[in-house]
Design a protein around this ligand. Structure first.
Ligand code: CFM
Ligand code: HCA
Length: 527
């Protein structure tokens, strides 16, 4: 770590050092997170708009999302995140479209509200959506367009649902601010409005599952096989109607804590439904998760069915997993993704005998690293105070409890409910945890640690790959998947094994290694 840091000037050194931890499980492993990136450093982070429109709202198939702003932001978020969705009878599906007001200079100077209204009129004429969502980009906040007033106008004019999201890209320090803004509005204007009849008491929400590469479908298949009813998924392959009924479930399962923890907590306060941190990535992780859920519902038949399904699913994959493990055992990995997968995938890699030596998040908060116990000690700064934090009261009619208060408290004490322990507790001593890893540090760490594989995203994968380190995208799964649950584990193991045993990039000799690519002089001296 010092070898990487030493190359910085003293101010950058001091700042970046706080974002790096050599794991020592006897110590606190405190890390700086969710704070501004140093200007000029090439970070991998995205913006608030990406977190709101792209991540949380994007997968809702019948929400007609209008990006209010110049065209670049809408274009960037057009089909780049792999949240898959199926056609459903009677439910619109706009996921393949990209809608934008395409603001021009004149709109920035004279205001863009008129253009936004016009876009809504056009949307109504052509598509007749029942829900329109308006997402702001940076200039909209700077010029002060009142998108909330336009949303109210649209609701009255067309008798539809129209929700505005002030998720200007510059808000907060990363995508994370956008998750929060999206969560707030979904709690305010969507959840609690449905009146769907729930068929079984084993009714769950899956929160923070966006169906990338079909992960959500595999998780849902497994849960249904055991006998659960999935009331809503936030927000992979979901419809507005699913989300409106989330208050009917008896337990919320939280897969990605970072992007959805606000909804999990607000649903509990308002409707009485506790939440459980789950992990459907990795065979052992999935088994533990399924057993934990069954413990909550505390029903002998459900428990027996859980055991039977686990045994059957294992039976189908054991031979394949053993084969891939024999190929991968002893390999090392580095993982750098958004705010949850760097933790989850360590379980699946462990199943395959692959040791994670470096892991980090783009925008995870301290609790994703160190566990929720640190939340009371996190000091809010100007950037986090800028994002609205909403409060709710118990709903007099819709509040319901599945377990007694005594049972709930016991499970909370056992940390089975309302708790997330973070990544560091599952990492080994001597491994590295780095927050907001930048391009320079990525290259340096890869040279020093030489992992067999580097898991990251589209922006950084080619740096690693052209340097000879195998790279797989853990955002888009390099267009493969699903990777969740039992069958997904085999898909993942196969993809990684194929990569490791096809080391094409390590044979490539980069031009600058064999010949100088620039010739000239600097300040009269030889370059
Ligand atoms: Fe949660 Fe996600 Fe992630 Fe995330 Fe993301 Fe994503 Fe990710 Mo890309 S919601 S934090 S903002 S698990 S889009 S599906 S892959 S960075 S690790
Ligand atoms: C985002 C979306 C992203 C980007 C992935 C990547 C995704 O952060 O805006 O950088 O490869 O998963 O699509 O995280």
């Amino acid at each position: 770590m010092e070898k990487v840091l030493d190359q910085y000037n003293s101010r950058v050194y001091k700042n970046r050092k706080e974002h790096m931890v050599t794991v020592n499980r006897n110590e606190k492993n405190e890390i700086a997170a969710n704070v501004r990136t140093i200007p000029g450093i090439i970070t991998q982070r995205g913006c608030c708009y990406a977190g709101c429109k792209g991540v949380v709202l994007g997968p809702i198939k019948d929400a007609f999302i209008i990006t209010h702003g110049p065209i670049g932001c809408a274009f960037y978020s057009w089909g780049t995140r792999r949240h898959k969705a199926k056609k459903e009878d009677g439910v619109d599906n706009y996921l393949h479209y990209c809608f934008s007001t395409d603001m021009q200079e004149a709109d920035i100077v004279f205001g863009g509200e008129k253009k936004l209204k016009k876009a809504i009129e056009e949307a109504m004429d052509l598509f007749h959506p029942s829900t329109i969502m308006i997402c702001s980009t940076c200039p909209v906040g700077l010029i002060g367009d009142d998108i909330h007033a336009v949303a109210k106008w649209a609701e009255q004019e067309y008798k539809i649902k129209c929700i505005a999201f002030s998720c200007e890209g510059y808000k907060g320090v990363s995508q994370s601010a956008g998750h929060h803004i999206a969560n707030n509005q979904l709690v305010r204007y969507v959840i609690g409005e449905g009146d769907r009849e729930i068929k079984t008491k084993f009714a769950v929400n899956i929160l923070g599952e966006y169906n990338i590469g079909g992960d959500g479908w595999e998780t849902e298949r497994l849960l249904k096989r055991i006998g659960y009813e999935v009331v809503s998924t936030f927000t992979g392959d979901s419809s507005m109607d699913d989300l409106k009924n989330a208050h009917k479930a008896n337990l919320s399962l939280v897969q990605c804590h970072r992007s959805i923890n606000y909804i999990a907590e607000l649903i509990e306060t308002k409707y009485g439904i506790p939440w459980m941190k789950v992990n459907f990535i990795g065979v052992e992780g999935t088994i533990e998760t399924l057993k934990n859920i069954a413990r909550y519902f505390n029903d002998p038949e459900l428990m027996a069915r859980t055991e039977a399904v686990i045994a059957d699913e294992l039976d189908l994959i054991e031979e394949d997993m053993a084969y891939y493990k024999s190929k991968l055992k002893g390999k090392t990995a580095a993982i750098y993704v958004g705010g949850s997968r760097a933790h989850h995938y360590q379980f699946l890699l462990d199943d395959l005998g692959v040791h994670t030596i470096l892991a980090g998040y783009e925008f995870g908060h301290r609790e994703e690293y160190e566990g929720r116990e640190v939340i009371p000690f996190v000091k809010p700064d100007a950037d986090s105070k800028n994002i609205e934090s909403i409060t709710v009261q118990p709903d007099p009619e819709k509040y319901h409890v599945y377990l007694s208060e005594e049972d709930i408290n016991r499970l909370k004490e056992e940390k089975l409910l309302d708790y997330y322990g973070g990544m560091v507790k599952d990492m080994n001593d001597g491994t590295y945890m780095v927050d907001d890893l930048n391009h320079f540090e990525t290259e340096e760490f890869l040279k020093l640690l030489k992992p067999d594989i580097f898991f990251s995203g589209i922006k950084d994968k080619f740096v690693a790959q052209k340097g000879g380190t195998l790279s797989r995208q853990l955002h888009s799964y390099d267009y493969s998947g699903p990777y969740s649950c039992f069958r997904g584990a085999v898909n993942f193991a196969r993809d990684i094994t194929m990569g490791i045993y096809t080391p094409a990039w390590s044979y490539v000799k980069t031009p600058w290694k064999s010949a100088p690519i620039l010739e000239g002089t600097i300040g009269g001296g030889k370059a």
